[in-house]
Design a protein around this ligand. Structure first.
Ligand SMILES: Nc1nc2c(c(=O)[nH]1)N[C@H]1C(S)=C(S)[C@@H](COP(=O)(O)O)O[C@H]1N2
Ligand SMILES: [Mo]
Length: 461
């Protein structure tokens, strides 16, 4: 019953993890019974939803007939011991670095069917619909390269601080890694994430609508520490310029206020190991809450200055065309946004009954405060459970119980951050931003569940 079709029609496997077969939902009964200190009301709600959903189907299945206890008793296959329960398993993995199960081969970064394919691909999207919790595994982190990626020899890499400083400094990686470090969880989102939806190009899955988004634990040295070592003029120096070592001449202006607050990191670590080459190995800037382009990879230089540089990626690209025809510049903060990752486009609901609606919410201005979910296209809203930890400028996971009655439904999530800002719908977004923008689309996403159970990307005003 799981659709193995490729909704994007690009010849690849299915878009990640689809909802599991009804048998698997029985496993969730097990989960319920061990949640002994859980809230009784909710457990009863879940049990009743399962019972209703399974009543019809279970009576006709072979395993239910073999087992008179039926649904509550579970699947008689539990009595068949498979070879892995009786024989000797494999020795420790010999390749030294672990890999996901072969059964998870569909969970991959992919190029978007909505983008023109070039000989050298420059964006890969993370499979948002297949991920749990808040951390993006490093091998699934989205990629955006303006001039290809490199695997730079860390022993040859150098990092310089110059400009309005007493003593310009050049650091080796060894020197940087001796300094006091911090580790912090943050999301990174490309300013162009969800960009295609401005033109209502409904790409099929959450991977393509929201997959230029990832979240990692980053480790590095606060940039302010290095600026102080160089004797930076923090009065006249109102901005810094960050420059990458790849051929894209990636240079971005960052306000000094973000640096002096200690938030901006010169990072070498990602999820407990060194950065991946695709993500800037051996050094990248981490600018929490700010759009991805400012997180300069292969970081080679930071210059202190007294005014913005208006570099090419600030004057020509990464500007927002407004309804009155002017361009808005330096809009770097990623405003509060959320998306339901399951059920989401390309997935199929297998039957009526209980489903866990789950998704992610984030804000470039702080912590997520609340996420409301609608299953009727925005007429009624219920507050979702925000899972802990809820961190500053980090992805937050939300969950909500839902019983699908088998009728068409439109699922939406609407996040609010600690500043009180509420994620807009498309009417509100277009009123403020017009219709011809590319960057900073944080509108409410709608997924339509059809009677067949198939979930489609739709746009509501
Ligand atoms: N040196 C360099 N830094 C860069 C880029 C680049 O092409 N070169 N791309 C930027 C853009 S547009 C984004 S969205 C992020 C993407 O980071 P990731 O590839 O680690 O996901 O890196 C930014 N930093
Ligand atoms: Mo980007």
């Amino acid at each position: 019953m799981i659709s193995s079709e490729d909704p994007a029609g690009q010849g690849g496997p299915a878009q990640g993890r689809l909802l599991k077969a009804p048998e698997n939902f029985l496993d969730r009964e097990g989960i319920k019974t061990v949640m002994s200190e859980g809230k009784r009301g909710r457990r009863d709600f879940i049990r009743n939803a399962f019972a209703t959903a399974m009543a019809g189907a279970a009576a006709t299945t072979a395993h239910a007939q073999a087992n008179p206890v039926g649904v509550e008793g579970g699947d008689a296959n539990i009595l068949n011991l498979p070879p892995h329960s009786k024989g000797l398993g494999q020795a420790v993995a010999t390749d030294g670095y672990g890999k996901p199960s072969k059964y998870e081969g569909n969970v991959q970064r992919r190029q978007s069917p909505g983008l023109t394919q070039t000989t050298q691909a420059s964006v890969s999207f993370a499979p948002m619909q297949s991920l749990f919790g808040i951390v993006t595994p490093s091998g699934l982190h989205f990629e955006r390269h303006h001039q290809g990626w490199w695997d730079i020899d860390p022993s040859k890499h150098r990092f310089m601080i110059n400009g309005l400083v007493k003593t310009p400094k050049v650091f080796t990686m060894d020197e940087l890694m001796r300094l006091p470090s911090v580790s912090r969880f943050h999301f990174i989102e490309c300013g162009a994430n969800t960009g295609m939806e401005w033109g209502n190009v409904a790409v099929p899955t959450a991977q393509y609508t929201h997959g230029m988004l990832s979240c990692s634990e980053f480790t590095g040295v606060p940039l302010i520490t290095l600026l102080e070592m160089a004797g930076a003029d923090l009065k006249a120096g109102k901005f810094v310029l960050a420059e990458g070592a790849d051929g894209s001449s990636m240079t971005r202006t960052i306000p000094m206020s973000l640096v002096t607050s200690g938030q901006v990191l010169v990072a070498y670590g990602q999820n407990g190991e060194m950065l991946r080459p695709e993500n800037g190995y051996p050094l990248r800037l981490v600018v929490p809450g700010v759009q991805g382009v400012s997180w300069v990879k292969y970081l080679r230089r930071v210059e202190v200055g007294d005014q913005p540089w208006a570099a090419k990626d600030e004057a020509v690209h990464y500007v927002d065309l407004m309804p009155d025809g002017t361009h808005r510049q330096y809009t770097s903060i990623q405003e509060c946004k959320s998306v339901i990752t399951t059920p989401s486009g390309g997935q199929v609901l297998l039957d009526k009954g209980f489903y866990n609606i789950t998704g992610l919410a984030w804000s470039g201005r702080g912590k997520v405060k609340r996420v409301d979910v609608s299953v009727d296209g925005g007429r009624n809203w219920r507050s979702a459970r925000l899972e802990t930890p809820v961190l500053d400028r980090c992805l937050s996971r939300f969950n909500l119980d839902w019983v699908w009655d088998g009728k068409p439904a439109i699922l939406q999530s609407r996040a609010m951050d600690e500043t009180g800002y509420v994620q807009p719908n498309y009417t509100q977004l277009r009123k403020a931003r017009g219709t011809r923008s590319i960057y900073h689309n944080n509108a409410i996403q709608s997924w339509m569940v059809q009677e067949s159970g198939e979930v489609k990307n739709v746009q509501l005003s």
